[in-house]
Design a protein around this ligand. Structure first.
Ligand code: T4K
Length: 368
């Protein structure tokens, strides 16, 4: 019986390499609240990612909620329906109205050409997502934000280590938010971070994730508890030692899928690795009408063979009950996103995926 193959499997470095970190925690007895591993990971991530400041968080969702608070965003925010639900939930948690705008058919990222029409006097920010780690059109988005005096907060949950035409994609916009969840390219079991350009903003974010405390007796804002623990920070430090080989293996798997699926009628592989500097976080395909099976039939066929692909992102966020009554959530407003949600399937991609396991996936898709 073959082992099940999941859409992803967390990368775990050898256990014995983690023991010294645990010993250090046990000796120090500093478990959280900005301890030595937390500080070290912030510094090492800045160096690795090529960014100025990072504030670590307990997860990406709390980081998104806090990023909006850090910039005092209110009113309406333009965002994408084609993402994980946490993107829009972070707006609702702040009492902000999401305004959904359709995506670009090539990248499935927020389409800059459609943003202006959705701006109202209540619009204060744009929250795009670098979906699957493929960079948004950051220049076009910034131009609109500058013209209308809007902030830009990137949901960069998938974009660890992604480069664009001018260095790290995380340096674009006012803030970028990363997720270090178990399913991500770089994981700390649970975790996240806000990337910010200046010391003052970093300080405000650090206060907000620590209940608003500035010192023992001063609270400047109704902050939350968003701090990353020393355990998670230690995992991050260890992961960082292995990240380059993990990314290299992902790149090979991506290239094999592209090569082996290139001639399969009705299968379109998104995000040509050659043109975008991807981290190969996901391998999304679109199952088109000229493929012999529907997307859901292929999903099921793979599943029947122990291969658990995922339909990221179906349903659209705008189809969930707390959003679907909104004017911008109407299907007619979002044809590209709706078509993608109906045809997308993310195939297994992770460093430990063996060539034999990948061949099983490819053979089923080719053999339909
Ligand atoms: N913004 C965007 C654009 C995001 O994609 C996300 C998260 C966020 C914001 C929020 O960041 P966080 O607050 O999560 O840091 C998963 C993840 O839970 C979620 O982090 C992620 N996006 C989303 C795209 O995927 P599920 O419900 O699909 O995950 P789950 O548990 O079904 O896992 C998928 C597969 O991974 C499993 O079939 C097996 C494998 N797996 C998973 C876990 C958790 C393992 O092998 N081991 C594990 O520990 O949401």
């Amino acid at each position: 019986m073959n082992q099940p193959i999941y859409v992803t499997q967390p990368y775990l470095p050898p256990l014995e390499e983690f023991i010294p970190y645990l010993q250090e925690i046990w000796v120090n007895k500093i478990l959280t609240n900005g301890g030595p591993f937390h500080q070290q990971l912030e510094k090492e991530l800045c160096d690795y990612l090529g960014v100025k400041h990072i504030s670590l968080f307990t997860n990406g969702t709390i980081a998104l909620v806090t990023a909006l608070q850090a910039l005092r965003i209110t009113g309406e925010v333009i965002t994408t329906p084609y993402s994980f639900v946490a993107t829009a939930h972070s707006l609702l948690w702040n009492g902000i109205k999401p305004v959904f705008v359709d995506v670009d058919p090539k990248t499935l990222n927020l389409d800059p050409a459609r943003i202006e029409a959705a701006i109202t006097p209540q619009t204060t920010a744009i929250m795009p997502v670098h979906v699957y780690g493929h960079p948004c059109d950051v220049d076009a988005i910034q131009k609109i934000a500058d013209n209308y005096n809007l902030k830009v907060i990137y949901d960069a949950a998938h974009a660890f280590g992604v480069q664009c035409h001018c260095g790290s994609v995380l340096n674009h916009g006012d803030l970028s938010v990363l997720s270090f969840h178990a399913t991500k390219v770089f994981n700390t079991f649970e975790g996240g971070a806000i990337v910010c350009p200046d010391e003052k903003t970093k300080q405000r974010i650090d206060h907000l994730k620590n209940f608003g405390f500035v010192d023992e007796v001063t609270v400047v804002a109704p902050g939350i508890n968003g701090k990353m623990s020393e355990f998670n920070a230690a995992l991050g430090l260890l992961q960082l030692k292995h990240i380059d080989s993990a990314l290299a293996r992902r790149k090979q798997i991506d290239a094999t899928y592209r090569e082996q699926l290139a001639g399969v009628k009705g299968i379109h592989c998104l995000g040509d690795a050659g043109e975008a500097q991807s981290n190969h976080a996901y391998f999304p395909i679109l199952v088109q009408p000229d493929y012999p099976l529907s997307r859901d039939a292929l999903y099921q066929k793979l599943k029947d063979n122990g291969i658990h692909g995922r339909r990221y992102f179906y349903p659209l966020i705008s189809d969930f009950p707390m959003y679907r009554g909104m004017l911008s959530a109407q299907r007619g407003n979002l044809p590209v996103a709706a078509a993608a949600a109906a045809t997308v399937l993310c195939l297994p991609i992770y460093p430990a995926l063996t060539p034999e396991a990948q061949k099983r996936v490819i053979d089923i898709i080719r053999g339909a």
